[in-house]
Design a protein around this ligand. Structure first.
Ligand code: ATP
Length: 902
């Protein structure tokens, strides 16, 4: 690869200064592109067009990283202290806890990292190339020198290109040159000595196309490119961290200090006031502090987040930045594009209107076969209609192709529909395009909402054809096409026709033309500003997605507002909004209305409005900001290069995976693989589940640790025999590490997740409910354990048996509590609740086997000072556990509503 790459590099040194034909000849390429066999051969020779990515951390380093945590340091100090006191078993158990945690964390995080890497591959960028004369998309890595590549606004340039054609092409080269103003490109050679930023005939890999379109031949790939030379490492693996994880880590550090100070005080108290031998007291408080520390929490939360990412990917929502997993759960407004997100983006031209006639077209989809537009094949009487349809075919970049089952579009679906329409009107698209070759164009841009193309007409004359938003096109025209020539523009007639079509929910395009002198070489904005002849309008149907209708209903019950922000016509948008269930007469504002609003009226207007039509990307940004100023958590979709600022600004920026530009994807937190609104709602659903699960993990871990610790603290405080020996406290920690708490990370969604209001975005992890539970459950567990302890002693059990009962009691309580915590928002007294999930059952099996071993294996009895229990004692423990479960459920039932708002 290196040799080949440097080979290409050397020839590239002066590429910018050479003629295009020269470069093409040297690369043995042609305007139709390489053949696929040749491309394959070159790929073998030059290697993939990829830069080495940041290597993943070595597994051993990842394993070591598991220990890099304040809570674990604390545990290790505890182990050291125990060893120095000669309590080798205690020290060994602490180390075992640490090790089990590290292994579970290491394995699960490894799995999570792999899954994330696989998910990232789903959104690996593609490049548009010509191969065998056909425009196709290929993975960027498969580009080879000599490939002809098409680039347009929003693309990342996929390799170093010598430009063959550039149309309004401006490229942001900041990553290479540091220059923040996009540089204008053209196909001419530049001076040999030109610096990188002045090589206007080149497009460099990794730079971002700001506007326009271009075609170039690949001159260097992979490490041979300019970016390859300066940056050896790109795209290193994203760290698994989120605000919540940082919050947990901060909490962990504080907690460690708290445990440390508390333990020291307790030690002083035990030795000074309770006459404990200092080494007994020390080992007891060490065990206690160790049991109090939630060392497994950070790893379990990371795993919960990673599982959320995987579940979202399975529902077509690919997370690019991990914090989005959390934010998604708090989203209170979704601002969505219309076309393709709420609608299917499967366009069919349905209405063709000229000054002479209105035709309604039959058929759906792109198949032109069955529905001839004119029974006679298109007679003279329809000349105006035919020029309109021909303009639609020529002012068009889409291609249709048929595979075994159906017709497909390569390019914009609306343009595909225009090709189908032309075929229904008996045009042969290939022939017509060959007869009217295109000489130049002004590409479509959402900012000016039209595109124009310059063509040679068969009679040696030239013509500019324009299509776009009908108001924009009408503003350019003063005449209209009519039988036998042209007539003055009848603006009233057209606005009625447009309103008719838009009122039916059709997306409307206007068309116009202008004859050009025979020597015209190109088309400029000045050529289309005025004096055009209006040809007519075409209305397209683009039905709402059924799943979007359902998803919008779901949003309503979930307290999430939906706003449609579209570039389309107000009436079209309003009709589609009605069909989607966004409201019978949803309030609509256009971009112009927004511009006219006084500053102080903007926020109120945005609050009341459901549909924003004819908006530009700047409006999107202002809308997001206004919503955020009211404390809303905003998810916003986008696809174009100009959407990047609003995507970045939104709490969750969502880019379209299919029609989105690379620029939009890079600016966003999440990419929709299917461009489908329903997938956003699915991701919110999963986001809420993740948040619930994190709360469950915390809500289970902290109170159970508290319960254990409190049992021992009370013993010291009230000066009675320790209900558990230090090594037994540690055992409880060991058996629970990586079992019960971890199982909660895998919990499925609770049934009512999308029937709750969004959570308050500022609610921290330790909500009043969790704090309440920490206190109540700790006290409850400690009370029950001590009760069992004294009952056992009072009924003639020896100390070993009483302590064994306490250990088993605690573990049984924690198991029952787990079942209670699994449903925060409803009762756990259900069949599914009792059945558990596979992870819960596995964890349960491990804990039960562990407890049986602890209680009945002689060797364990020797190590842990436990002793076998009778069936009656065992049954008593289980009965108390079950009763406590009922009590906790009653408590949840009464407090559920109070804490629901969290
Ligand atoms: P949304 O923002 O919901 O996706 P949209 O696709 O209509 O809606 P834009 O892509 O910004 O938004 O398009 C705005 C308008 O520009 C369209 O309503 C249409 O009138 C016009 N338009 C869109 N695509 C083309 C095109 N390829 N050629 C000419 N005009 C176009």
């Amino acid at each position: 690869m290196t040799e080949a790459a440097t080979g290409t590099r050397r020839s590239c040194a002066a590429t910018h200064a050479r003629d295009v034909a020269d470069v093409m000849a040297e690369l043995a390429s042609s305007p139709q592109g390489l053949t696929s066999e040749e491309a394959k051969r070159r790929l073998l020779q030059h290697g993939p067009n990829a830069l080495p990515t940041g290597t993943r951390r070595h597994p051993f380093l990842r394993f070591l990283a598991q220990f890099n945590n304040a809570l674990i340091y604390f545990m290790l100090v505890g182990a050291l202290a125990a060893a120095m006191l000669g309590h080798l078993v205690d020290s060994g158990v602490i180390l075992a806890v640490v090790l089990v945690n590290a292994i579970v964390g290491f394995l699960q995080e490894g799995k999570a990292e792999n899954a994330l890497a696989a998910i990232r591959d789903l959104i690996a960028p593609k490049a548009h190339v010509l191969r065998d004369g056909q425009r196709i998309s290929v993975p960027m890595a498969e580009l080879v020198p000599g490939d002809i590549v098409l680039i347009e606004a929003g693309d990342r340039v996929p390799a170093d290109l010598r430009l063959l054609r550039a149309r309004s092409l401006r490229i942001d080269e900041a990553i290479l040159t540091g220059e923040s103003v996009a540089s204008t490109k053209r196909a001419e050679p530049s001076a040999d000595a030109a610096a990188l930023g002045d090589q206007h005939g080149m497009a460099f890999s990794g730079t971002l196309v700001a506007t326009g379109q271009g075609t170039g031949v690949v001159v260097a790939t992979g490490l041979g490119t300019e970016i390859g030379r300066i940056s050896e490492l790109l795209g290193s693996v994203e760290e698994l961290t989120t605000p919540l994880l940082r919050q947990i880590n901060r909490f962990g550090r504080r907690f460690t200090w708290f445990a440390f100070v508390g333990a020291a005080a307790l030690f002083a108290f035990a030795v000074g006031l309770r006459d404990f031998a200092w080494d007994d007291a020390l080992i007891a408080v060490v065990a206690l502090a160790v049991s109090l520390v939630p060392e497994g929490l950070p790893a379990v939360i990371t795993i919960t987040l990673a599982i959320g990412v995987q579940r979202m990917a399975a529902r077509n929502a690919v997370i690019r930045r991990l914090p989005a997993v959390e934010t998604l759960g708090a989203v209170s407004v979704i601002c969505s594009d219309k076309t393709g997100t709420l609608t299917r983006n499967e366009m069919t031209a349905r209405r063709v209107v000229t000054s002479e006639e209105t035709l309604l077209v039959q058929g759906a989809g792109y198949d032109p076969a069955e529905h001839r537009l004119f029974a006679d094949g298109g007679s003279e009487g329809h000349a105006t209609t035919l020029s309109l349809i021909r303009a639609g075919l020529l002012c068009n970049d889409a291609r249709l192709h048929r595979d075994d089952t159906a017709w497909h579009v390569e390019g914009d679906p609306m343009e595909g529909a225009l090709v189908t329409l032309a075929m229904k009107a008996a045009f042969d698209s290939g022939e017509t395009r060959a007869e009217w070759p295109r000489l130049d164009e002004i590409p479509f841009d959402a900012a000016h909402r039209f595109m124009a193309t310059l063509h040679h007409m068969p009679m040696a004359e030239k013509v500019v054809l324009v299509k776009g938003a009908p108001e924009a096109i009408l503003a350019m025209c003063d005449r209209q096409e009519a039988r036998g020539g042209s007539a003055p523009l009848d603006a009233g007639y057209w606005s009625e026709r447009i309103a008719e079509a838009a009122g039916e929910g059709e997306r409307v395009l206007g068309f116009a033309m202008r004859p050009m002198p025979g020597d015209a070489q190109g088309v400029d904005f000045a050529d289309v500003e005025r004096g055009l002849v209006f040809l007519g309008i075409i209305g397209f149907i683009d039905p709402p997605r059924d799943e979007a209708i359902r998803a919008i209903a779901k949003c309503r019950s979930a307290g999430i507002a939906v706003r449609m922000i579209t570039g389309d016509h107000a009436a079209t948008a309003q009709t589609i909004a009605r069909q989607l269930g966004l409201g019978e007469d949803a309030a609509v504002l256009t971009g112009q209305d927004l511009d006219r609003l006084p500053l102080d009226g903007f926020a109120a207007a945005v609050r009341e409005t459901v549909v924003f039509a004819r908006t530009s990307p700047e409006h999107k940004l202002r809308i997001v900001e206004a919503l955020q100023a009211e404390g809303r958590v905003v998810a916003m979709t986008g696809d174009g290069v100009n959407d990047a600022p609003s995507l970045k600004r939104a709490d969750v920026g969502i880019a379209m995976g299919i029609k989105g530009t690379e620029a939009a994807k890079e600016a966003s937190e999440m990419v929709l693989m299917d461009d489908n609104f329903a997938s956003i709602v699915a991701a919110v659903h999963e986001g809420r589940t993740v948040h619930d699960n994190i709360r469950k993990v915390v809500g289970w871990t902290l109170p159970t640790n508290g319960g254990e610790a409190l049992t021992v603290i009370m013993a010291i405080f009230f000066n009675f025999a320790m209900p558990m020996s230090p090594v037994q406290i540690l055992w409880v920690n060991l058996i629970l590490a990586g079992t019960l708490g971890l199982a909660l990370a895998f919990e499925p969604s609770e049934p009512g997740v999308m029937r709750r209001q969004p959570r308050r975005p500022d609610a921290g992890l330790l909500t009043p409910f969790i704090l309440w539970r920490i206190i109540v459950v700790s006290l409850f567990f400690a009370g029950i354990s001590l009760g069992v302890f004294f009952w056992a002693l009072g009924h003639g059990r020896d100390l070993e048996t009483a302590r064994t009962m306490v250990v088993n009691m605690l573990v049984v309580l924690e198991i029952f509590y787990l079942f209670s915590v699994r449903y925060l928002h409803m009762t756990s007294f259900t069949y599914t609740g009792a059945k558990g999930t596979t992870p819960v059952l596995i964890a349960l099996a491990v804990v039960i086997l562990g407890q049986l071993a602890f209680t009945y294996l002689p060797v364990m009895n020797a190590i842990f000072g436990s002793s076998p229990l009778t069936l009656a004692d065992g049954t008593l423990i289980l009965a108390i556990g079950a009763a406590s479960f009922v009590l906790l459920e009653v408590e949840k039932h009464f407090l559920r509503d109070r804490f629901r708002a969290e």
